[in-house]
Every structure is written in structure tokens, then in C-alpha cells.
Design a protein around this ligand. Structure first.
Ligand SMILES: Nc1nc2c(ncn2[C@@H]2O[C@H](COP(=O)(O)OP(=O)(O)OP(=O)(O)O)[C@@H](O)[C@H]2O)c(=O)[nH]1
Ligand SMILES: [Mg+2]
Length: 374
């Protein structure tokens, strides 16, 4: 089965009547309420669908921009030739896919077009999406889920430059784990910026979790030491640690983070179990350089990519995984509490190419039985 058909089967309404997303969602909700009981499988399916819609809604701006560019390209170049590939390279690079990944992608597309004898650019559309997913999934040995400890405290350190969305993401993450029934605590490790401690406290109050804090200007390592001890004593499941973004140079950053890690390890030797770097997706190449800089001074086990609901260009996810070898673990799709979602390549691609999935569906309908599936 072709990739777009697979996505279509997963996300498109199964009835003959076209429905809006709201209708669908309301209908499945009221169905669920009608008989009072739904099976766990039905609930999980419904939940997965809702997550799919979140990706679709959050990625609306990126989708529109990217698809317009691809459509324009297809209209301008109708035959598959070197001019087309060069223009495609430009579109992908401007969508933040990253130079090396673009070269890999277009080389493979050239080959695919040759082997399959594809001469019209319109027929290459689906292959472009498929190749992007294929390249994304190529380094699949990277762990995409959070390294949660069973029956033991999990310590998550959150790092990143100022303004990228660390504190907000910590609040959302705390909410997510609370929803899962875990006991969560927060550590106010950003003692540097005025107001940072209170900002975390507000999130803590909102989500209903304790915040371990000290006075502004105190040593972040001391706050972390307190926090890990308190979390252990209270048998918490997860401790999420905020850190300062405003460190003047790499030397400072390295010293501070290694000191923080050292004190955490005094209490929990296997911690931190995750060091999540927060990157603002709308900053494109800048986000990539930040990731490179952080990778040089500390271990980064995963990325939280925020503000994808803004004017982010969709390709950044590919660039991060392929050019940095760090998995994206969470994405920020908006400013609501439940807008931080676990990253899923399938949902992400659906969010970016949802309209193409509908087009593929229409095409299949007008062509009758689509037997091009492979
Ligand atoms: N639209 C959108 N806004 C976000 C998202 N994540 C964070 N923000 C916004 O980004 C701004 C900065 O977020 P913070 O959480 O304060 O960033 P920070 O990294 O803690 O910043 P410092 O404490 O100054 O280092 C806030 O206005 C957030 O509402 C997201 O996924 N989508
Ligand atoms: Mg902050």
C-alpha cells in the first residue's frame, strides 16, 4: 500500500459523507457517551485520532506555506529534469530541511525517477513525501520515547537558550505526567532571570504540582540538590528541572550544567535520565546552531521542538534528526496545556501534507479502484 493511502486510511473519515473534523470529533464523543461504555481499544483509537487532529491544526501555517511552494514548483516545472531538481533543492533548503539532507533526498529522487521512468513532476509528488519519511526513519536506532524509570524517580533536565519555551514546556510536560497519574515535582533552577522562579511557580500551581525553589540569585546546583532530595523523600515519579537560558558563553554554560549534573548524581547516580534541549522551530538554522553548541558542552538526549504552530518551516524536524543525530521527543503545537505532544513521524507528516492526503483520496475516487498501490 502506498504511503499516502496508508495515511489516508489512518486519518480520513471512513463514511461516504464528507465530515468536518468537529463533526467527527463530536460524533465520536457522543457515541462514546451514548452507551456509556466504550472499549479500551475504541478509546485509544479515538485518542489517536484526536492527536492526529492536533498535529494537523498546529501545523496549519507550515503546511500551507510548504504546499504552496511545492504546488508552484510543480506548475512551473512540468517535466522531470535537472532544472526541476535544482528548484526543488531550493524549496527544500528554504523549508529548513538542511543542506546535506536535501542533497541525499534529491539524489535518491533522481534515481527513483530514472528507475520508475517518471517524466512528469506531478507523478513525483507522492514520492517526495515518501522519501522524506524514509529518510526520517532511516536512523531509527535513536530512542524516541522518554527514558522513564520504573518504580524509581525519573529526573528530566530541561535546557536551552532564553525564550525558546523551556518553562512553558515544563508546565505542559508536568500536566501530561499528572494526567497519566504520576506524581510530579518541579525544580526552579533558573535563579538568574528576574521573575523566572515565579513563572515556574505559576505553572506548578496551575498544574497542581510542587515547586522546589530558593531565592533569586542562589546557586542553581544547590536548588537541584534540594529538589532531588525532596523528590526522593516524597517518592515522586518525575522531577522536571528548569535551567537558566541566559549564560554568556560556552564555558559558563558547560560549568553550570556539569555542576548541576554532578549534584543530581550525588543523590540519584543514574540521573539525569533525560537532558531535553528546547528549540524554537521558528528560528530555523539558528535552532540548529544552538543544538550544535549544546551538544558540544553537554549530553543532549532529546529535543523539545516548540512553536511549530507559528511560522515554522516543516523541514527542521528532518534536519535535526539527520544532521544532529538527536531525536525530537516532543513538539509544541500551541499555547494550551495539552499542546505539547509526543513526536510521531506519521502524525507530523500527516500534519504537513494533510491536503495532499485528501487529494490522493479524491484522485483514487475519480479513478475508481486505485491499483497503483505497492
Ligand atoms: N505558540 C507557541 N508559543 C509557545 C510555545 N512554547 C512556548 N511558547 C511561548 O514562548 C514564550 C517563551 O516561553 P518560556 O517558556 O518563557 O521560555 P523560556 O525558554 O523558559 O525563556 P527564559 O526563561 O527567558 O529562558 C512564551 O510566550 C510562551 O507562551 C508553543 O509551542 N507554541
Ligand atoms: Mg524560563
Amino acid at each position: 500500500m502506498s504511503f499516502l493511502k496508508r495515511l489516508k486510511d489512518k486519518f480520513q473519515p471512513k463514511t461516504d459523507q464528507p465530515q468536518t473534523e468537529e463533526q467527527e470529533s463530536l460524533e465520536s464523543q457522543s457515541e462514546a457517551l451514548d452507551d456509556g461504555l466504550i472499549s479500551i481499544e475504541e478509546f485509544e483509537e479515538w485518542e489517536q485520532e484526536q492527536i492526529g487532529y492536533k498535529f494537523k491544526a498546529g501545523l496549519e501555517k507550515s503546511r500551507e506555506k510548504f504546499q504552496n511552494e511545492i504546488n508552484e514548483l510543480m506548475a512551473r516545472y512540468r517535466t522531470v529534469d535537472e532544472d526541476f531538481f535544482e528548484a526543488l533543492e531550493e524549496v527544500l533548503i528554504s523549508a529548513d530541511v538542511g543542506f546535506n539532507t536535501v542533497m541525499e533526498l534529491t539524489d535518491e529522487l533522481r534515481q527513483e525517477a530514472r528507475v520508475k521512468n517518471i517524466t512528469e513532476t506531478a507523478d513525483l509528488r507522492e514520492t517526495i513525501v515518501e522519501k522524506m519519511v524514509e529518510i526520517y526513519e532511516r536512523n531509527d536506532d535513536l530512542p524516541e520515547t522518554v527514558n522513564m524509570q520504573e518504580d524509581e524517580l525519573t529526573v528530566i533536565l530541561v535546557v536551552g537558550v532564553n525564550g525558546v519555551g523551556k518553562t512553558t514546556s515544563i508546565g505542559k510536560l508536568a500536566h501530561k505526567y499528572r494526567q497519566e497519574g504520576k506524581s510530579v515535582m518541579l525544580a526552579a533552577g533558573d535563579t538568574f532571570r528576574a521573575g523566572a522562579i515565579n513563572q515556574l511557580q505559576i505553572w506548578g500551581d496551575r498544574v497542581g504540582v510542587d515547586v522546589i525553589r530558593q531565592a533569586e540569585g542562589s546557586d542553581p546546583a544547590a536548588v537541584m540538590f534540594d529538589a532531588v532530595n525532596a523528590a526522593k523523600k516524597r517518592n515522586a515519579d518525575v522531577l522536571i528541572c528548569d535551567t537558566a537560558g541566559r549564560l554568556q558563553n560556552k564555558g559558563n554554560l558547560m560549568n553550570e550544567l556539569s555542576k548541576i549534573k554532578k549534584v543530581i548524581q550525588k543523590v540519584v547516580p543514574s540521573a539525569p535520565h533525560e537532558s531535553l534541549l528546547v528549540l524554537d522551530a521558528t528560528t530555523g538554522q539558528n535552532a540548529l546552531s544552538q543544538a550544535k553548541a549544546f551538544k558540544e558542552v553537554t549530553d543532549v538526549s532529546g529535543i523539545i521542538l516548540t512553536k511549530l504552530d507559528g511560522t515554522a518551516k516543516g523541514g527542521i524536524v528532518l534536519a535535526i534528526k539527520n544532521e544532529l543525530g538527536i531525536p525530537v521527543k516532543f513538539v509544541g503545537l500551541g499555547e494550551q496545556l495539552d499542546d505539547l505532544q509526543e513526536f510521531s513521524a506519521e502524525n507530523y507528516v500527516y500534519g504537513l501534507f494533510a491536503d495532499m492526503v485528501s487529494e490522493a483520496e479524491e484522485e483514487a475516487d475519480t479513478n475508481g479502484e486505485d491499483d497503483r498501490s505497492d
